[in-house]
Design a protein around this ligand. Structure first.
Ligand code: ZN
Length: 579
C-alpha cells in the first residue's frame, strides 16, 4: 500500500546532483508515481521513498544554485508541500579540516553544531565572530550516540555497505566506490599547489611535502561528531582553513546548513571529499557522497519513526497563514471552475480536499503541542505566565485558521453537491458521492478540533485554581488569579467564544452549543483535572509531550559555552592490515 502524504516526516536535502543520486541509491523503496498536493510556487523536484521504516522526501538544489540562501529556499518550498516534515538531513560532501582532528577522505562528519563562521567583524584585537550557533535536532543526536557505539564495537562497516549498495549499474559502481588508485594524501599547510602543477604527477611525487599521519586500514571510514562550518565562502587555502578550524573547532566546511537551521531542525551529515586546500582532487566526491548517504540511512535505522512523529512541527504564524491561503485559493479555483470536463472537475475537487486534509492534520498536531504547553503549567505554575499566554495566542491563531478553513470547506461541499445533482452518469455521480463523504469527514474533524481548542483554554484556569486549592500552594492560586483577571486573556476568551457561536450559526452545527455547555461544566466541576485529561485523550489520540531534552533554538558561541568535548571521533578502525 502506498504511504499517505502525511507519512512523510523526514526531509533530505542534496546540494549537488551526485549527492542526489547517492541518496536515491540508499532508498529501500521509491514511489515514483505517488501524487501529492503541492502549491504552484513549489518548483522543487522530489524523490519520495522509504528508508528503513521512515518515509523520506529527497530534494536537490536547482542545478547551478548553491549557498545558504538557496538551501533555505529549497527547504521552505519543501515545507510548503510537506508541512508535516519534522526535520531535514543535509547529506552530501564537504571539504575537511584535518587541523584538530584526524579527518580523512571518505570519513563522515556529523554536525552536532553548525557555525556560520562567515559572520564577524574586524576589531583591533582581531576577528570577532557575531553569528549564532545552530544546534542540531535532539532526536537525531541520540541516534548518533547509538551509531558511535556500533562503530566502536565493529557492528557498522560503512565501506562494506557502500560496496553492497552502490552497485546498481557499472556507472554507479565506478563513480561511488572508494578510489584506491588515488591515495589519500594530505599536504603540509604551507605547501601550495602551483598554477601549472598536476597533483597526481607533481605534488604526489614530492613526499617531503606530505603530512606524516598514522597508518590506517584502507577500508576504514571514521565518523567525527562536532562543529561544522557553514558559510557562503569556498575555502581552498590550507592556512585559512587551519585558522578557521582552530578558532571555531571546525571539522569541515560546507555552504548550506546555516541556511536550513532557521527553517527546520536539521542535521548535516558530510562525507569528506578534499582538504579545503589548493590541491585539486575531485576523485573522492562520489565515495564521500556515498559514505554520507549510508551513514544517514544507518541513523534513520536506529531512530524509531514514533520518535520522529513526536517531534514538534516547526511552523510559525506566517507560514501557517501562507498554507491556509494557498488552500483557500485552490478551493476557490475549483468551486468557480467553468470546466465541462467532469473528470478534471473531480480531480480538482479531490486535490483540494487532500490539501485540506493535510492542513487539518497539521492544525491538530499544532494545537496538541500548544495545549501540551498549557498542561505544563501544572508543574511550573506561577513562573511562566507569559509562556502560558503565548501558547494561548498560538491556539488563537489556530482557531482563526480553522474558521477560514470551515468557510472554504463549505464552499467546496456546496460545489460538490451541485455537481452531484447535475451529473447524468451514474459512475461519475458515485465519484462525487465519495468526495462528498470525504468533505463531510474533514468538516467533522474541524469541528472536533475547534471544540478541543475551545475547551482547553478555560479548563486550564480551573485546573490551576483546583491544584492550588488542593496543594495549598500560593503560587498556583496566584497564577489562576492572573489568568482569570488578565484583561488580555478575558478578551481572548470572549473573542473566541463569539467566534465559536458565529461558527455554529453559519455552519448550522449543533455541536457548538453542546461544547459550550460542556465547557462550562468542565470549568466549574470539582474534578476539573480529570476532565481535562479526558478531553485531551478523548478528542484525539493523545501523544506524549515532547522530550524536554530536545534542544531548540540557537545558542551563542562564547568561549565558556564551547564544549571541550565538542569534537570527538568514533574511532572504529583497526590499524592498517600488514598484507
Ligand atoms: Zn597539488
Amino acid at each position: 500500500m502506498l504511504p499517505s502524504h502525511g507519512n512523510f516526516a523526514v526531509g533530505w536535502i542534496a546540494a549537488i546532483h551526485k549527492e542526489y543520486v547517492a541518496a536515491r541509491q540508499v532508498l529501500d523503496e521509491v514511489y515514483e508515481d505517488l501524487e501529492f498536493p503541492r502549491p504552484a510556487e513549489d518548483l522543487n523536484s522530489y524523490t519520495l521513498g522509504r528508508m528503513e521504516r521512515h518515509y523520506v522526501v529527497i530534494a536537490c538544489l536547482p542545478s547551478g544554485s548553491y549557498g545558504t540562501q538557496a538551501a533555505a529556499e529549497a527547504v521552505e518550498r519543501m515545507k510548503s508541500s510537506f508541512p508535516m516534515i519534522r526535520f531535514v538531513l543535509m547529506v552530501g560532501v564537504a571539504g575537511g579540516a584535518p587541523t584538530q582532528a584526524d579527518v580523512r577522505l571518505g570519513d563522515v562528519v556529523v554536525g552536532t553544531r553548525v557555525v556560520p563562521y562567515g559572520f564577524g567583524k574586524r576589531t583591533p584585537g582581531g576577528m570577532v565572530f557575531t553569528g549564532d550557533i545552530g544546534l542540531s535536532a535532539g532526536a537525531l543526536l541520540t541516534g548518533t550516540q547509538k551509531l558511535a557505539a556500533m562503530l566502536v564495537e565493529g557492528n557498522l562497516d560503512l565501506d562494506f555497505i557502500v560496496r553492497q549498495t552502490f552497485n546498481k549499474s557499472p556507472k554507479i559502481t565506478t563513480e561511488y566506490q572508494r578510489p584506491h588508485e588515488r591515495p589519500d594524501r594530505l599536504y603540509k599547510s604551507e605547501y601550495n599547489h602551483g598554477d601549472s602543477c598536476d597533483c597526481q604527477l607533481d605534488c604526489a611525487q614530492n613526499l617531503s611535502k606530505l603530512v606524516n599521519r598514522p597508518e590506517r586500514n584502507d577500508y576504514c571510514v571514521e565518523v567525527h561528531c562536532g562543529n561544522i562550518g557553514s558559510a557562503d565562502i569556498v575555502v581552498k587555502d590550507a592556512l585559512s582553513r587551519d585558522n578557521y578550524a582552530r578558532e571555531f573547532r571546525l571539522l569541515c566546511f560546507e555552504m548550506e546548513s546555516a541556511g536550513l537551521m532557521s527553517k527546520l531542525p536539521c542535521l548535516p551529515i558530510r562525507g569528506i571529499c578534499d582538504y579545503s586546500d589548493s590541491h585539486k582532487n575531485k576523485h573522492w566526491q562520489g565515495y564521500a557522497a556515498a559514505t554520507a548517504a549510508v551513514y544517514a540511512k544507518s541513523l534513520l535505522k536506529v531512530i524509531p519513526p514514533e520518535n520522529v512523529l513526536q517531534t514538534r512541527i516547526t511552523m510559525d504564524k506566517t507560514e501557517l497563514e501562507r498554507h491556509i491561503r494557498s488552500i483557500i485559493r485552490d478551493v476557490q479555483r475549483v468551486a468557480t471552475s467553468r470546466s465541462v470536463d467532469e473528470d478534471s472537475q473531480i480531480r480538482g475537487a479531490d486535490n483540494a480536499l487532500k490539501k485540506i486534509e493535510v492542513i487539518v492534520d497539521l492544525l491538530k498536531d499544532l494545537s496538541e503541542d500548544h495545549s501540551a504547553d498549557i498542561s505544563k503549567i501544572e508543574e511550573e505554575v506561577g513562573k511562566h505566565t507569559s509562556d502560558i499566554e503565548s501558547a494561548r495566542d498560538r491556539l488563537q491563531d489556530i482557531e482563526k485558521g480553522e474558521k477560514e478553513l470551515v468557510a472554504s470547506l463549505a464552499k467546496i461541499t456546496e460545489h460538490i453537491e451541485t455537481q452531484k445533482k447535475m451529473s447524468t452518469n451514474i459512475e461519475i455521480e458515485e465519484k462525487w458521492a465519495v468526495l462528498h463523504q470525504k468533505a463531510q469527514e474533514e468538516s467533522m474533524m474541524l469541528t472536533k478540533l475547534a471544540t478541543f481548542v475551545d475547551e482547553v483554554l478555560p479548563v486550564t484556569t480551573a485546573i490551576l485554581g483546583q491544584v492550588g486549592h488542593v496543594t495549598g500552594n500560593e503560587n498556583v492560586n496566584t497564577a489562576a488569579e492572573v489568568i482569570k483577571n488578565s484583561p488580555r486573556l478575558t478578551a481572548l476568551f470572549k473573542s473566541m467564544s463569539d467566534l465559536r457561536s458565529k461558527h455554529s450559526r453559519s455552519s448550522g452545527q449543533k455541536s457548538s452549543k453542546k461544547s459550550n455547555q460542556a465547557r462550562e461544566e468542565v470549568a466549574y466541576t470539582t474534578s476539573s483535572k480529570t476532565s481535562f485529561r479526558k478531553i485531551m485523550s478523548n478528542t484525539f489520540t493523545s501523544k506524549s509531550n515532547q522530550s524536554e531534552t530536545e534542544e531548540k533554538g540557537n545558542q551563542r558561541l562564547t568561549s565558556e559555552s564551547q564544549n571541550e568535548e565538542g569534537i570527538f571521533a568514533n574511532n572504529s578502525c583497526s590499524p592498517k592490515k600488514s598484507n
